[in-house]
Design a protein around this ligand. Structure first.
Ligand code: NDP
Length: 287
């Protein structure tokens, strides 16, 4: 049977491994020059099973590249004041270069206030309004990990973004909105779509660069994808048969796109790699 697939697969696992290798040598250099070992502190409140796995993976990734990682495991009953006090302590510690508070937090804790308490220079998730603002004015410091990783994936294709039509589907603070800003910085013409967007398919059909961050299994149909588009699928969903799938119909889109990310093995591995990169950047800047 004829193989209709034309898209090149963007291998996120491989590119994330490249990022980690680069970081390993940067960390060595930083140690030799300044005697500093980058340190990441991860705070986990409660026992949300998904969060436990995410935190474990982050700690493991730190160890692999030579970042010193510390985990604070707090009980589900932790009060807002207790968590705030810990953040202040970590802000003041010279050995802590990055602070990550794993979300979601239990409902007695005001998430927004906690994230704002993290020192912007240690905000390795890039969620603090200061860092969001820096990205917005085109002078970013620590950038949100998932869209930062997406930019690296797009760069790997060699496609020049200048003047290209980019469509971002999703407008969350952690993916869609910062993604749009990063693409704009590279001179793409950016359209941000969301649940109230009319004629989504028509907009997607014009996209040279498509980033899907919706959270709905295979929602974007192959026939909506423009011929030759670069397709980045951020979504992580369970299909009805329990398989991990993205927001894009991978098979259909592969027949039209020039480049496409798989799920799993596309954006996912990049998110942690960029968290490590932000930690090293924070450590470097602290010197
Ligand atoms: P959110 O739920 O915060 O945002 C989803 C966005 O999709 C919203 O802006 C929403 O619009 C929009 N949306 C929902 N339904 C539609 C629709 N029918 N048509 C158009 N837009 C729609 O999700 P996140 O941004 O946090 O995550 C998105 C996906 O990416 C999820 O699958 C998540 O698991 C995955 N993810 C993957 C990561 C990775 O490392 N690979 C990291 C982070 C997220 P509206 O604002 O109007 O409600």
């Amino acid at each position: 049977m004829e193989n209709l697939k034309t898209a090149k697969i963007i291998n996120g696992k491989e590119i994330a491994a490249q990022v980690r290798a680069e970081l390993k040598s940067e960390i060595e250099e930083l140690k030799n020059k300044t005697g500093t070992t980058p340190g990441l502190t991860v705070v986990l409140v409660g026992e949300n099973p998904a969060s436990v796995v995410y935190v474990r993976n982050k700690i493991k990734a730190c160890e692999e590249v030579g970042i010193k990682s510390v985990q604070h495991k707090l009980p589900e009953t932790t009060t807002h004041a207790e968590l705030l006090a810990l953040i202040r302590e970590l802000n003041a510690s010279k050995d802590v270069h990055g602070i990550l508070v794993q979300l979601p937090l239990p409902k007695q804790i005001d998430e927004e206030e906690i994230l704002e308490e993290i020192s912007p220079s240690k905000d390795v998730d890039g969620f603090h309004p200061y860092n969001v603002g820096r990205l917005m004015i085109g002078n970013p410091v620590l950038q949100p990990c998932t869209p930062y990783g997406v930019m690296r994936l797009i760069e790997s294709t060699g496609v020049d973004l200048s003047g290209k039509d980019a469509v971002v589907v999703g407008r969350s603070n952690i993916v869609g909105k910062p993604m749009a800003m990063m693409l704009l910085r590279r001179n793409a013409t950016v359209t941000v779509c969301h649940s109230k967007t009319k004629d989504l398919a028509e907009r997607i059909k014009k996209a040279d660069i498509l980033v899907a961050a919706i959270g709905r299994a295979e929602f974007i149909k192959g026939e909506w994808v423009k011929e030759g588009a670069v397709v980045i699928d951020v979504g992580m969903n369970r299909s009805q048969d329990g398989k991990l799938v993205g927001d894009v119909d991978f098979e259909g889109a592969s027949e039209r796109a020039s480049f496409i990310t798989p799920v799993p093995g596309g954006v996912g591995p990049m998110t942690i790699a960029m968290l490590l990169k932000n930690t090293v950047e924070a450590a470097r800047r602290s010197k």
